[in-house]
Design a protein around this ligand. Sequence first.
Ligand code: AQP
Length: 332
Amino acid sequence: MNNKKTIFSGIQPSGALTLGSYLGAIKNWVEMSKNYNCYYCIVDMHAITVRHTPAELRRRTLEQLAQYIACGLDPEKNTIFIQSHVSAHAELCWVLSCYAMFGELSRMTQFKDKSAKNVDNINAGLFTYPVLMAADILLYNADLVPVGSDQKQHVELARDIANRFNGVYGDVFTMPEPYIPKVGARIMSLSNPEKKMSKSDEDTGGCVYLMQSPEEIMRNFKRAVTDSETSIRYDAENKPGISNLIQIYSAVSGKTFKEIEEEFAGRGYGDFKAAVGEAVVEMWCPIREEAQRIMKDKAYLEAVYRQGAQRAEYVAGKTLRKVYKKLGFVAR
Ligand code: AQP
């Protein structure tokens, strides 16, 4: 074992990966994989809290795996796996649900948002989603959890649950910290910059997807909602559309907001939208081609997820056995 700190993070295959998934999560995962022990998961069990099509879930799970690898996550150096392949996630989730409070789960913003969107299917899984996420994180003794700002509340809840459990049984769980990128933590929809860019959004014009063609990406950027002014400056409150584009351009190019404002001083919104679109296309072109190539190699993908599950299971199993022992369950 090395002295590196551990990271856990996951994305649910509830839709095609977007610029939000990439800038809020995957781009940082790639950076962090150089210095940490990383567990990167495809959290398929989280994806069934809303009604889904089984064949699509299966296809998306494998596509997401290919995309993780194409984005630069090396399956030899990182543990990349599918959540439902490691049964400890569901088992620890049950234990932790006995240490999670109804009141705190009711306060989760994502639960409120998702139940408002799915009024005819407010199931218990939607409510206990953050408990499963706590199990995901705590099974691997993660020190850091790289997430977009929308998931910060869930990581904080995982800490509260871990703290409560440790308070009764001693130091069982490592206390995880959220790691939120400075730029790209909350990418907004291009068609409604008041709303987060989400892969399950029905308004696909507001999203930019990793696997879209350059033409489609450019079209969505060109249609991005802005404002009636003409100046390109960052002001999230009064100019959410332009500020979102500045944030995207900054995350992609590494330039500061000030540098971007200077670069585009006196130029029109049309020019700026095209420049942001081109930067995204350029960043993603090689990734898209590589993902398409990997997707065709089913045997390779199978070998990757099998190896990932085996490695993950080893660590998760150890944590689960410790938890069961502390709880007083008779060992098998
Ligand atoms: N728009 C975003 N900006 C920044 N980060 C984002 N993330 C998602 N959208 C944005 C980050 O990506 C990771 C994976 O998220 P997830 O798929 O597990 O859940 P989510 O946050 O619910 O993502 P979506 O796209 O909104 O999915 P649906 O539509 O299914 O609910 C997380 O780290 C998240 O912060």
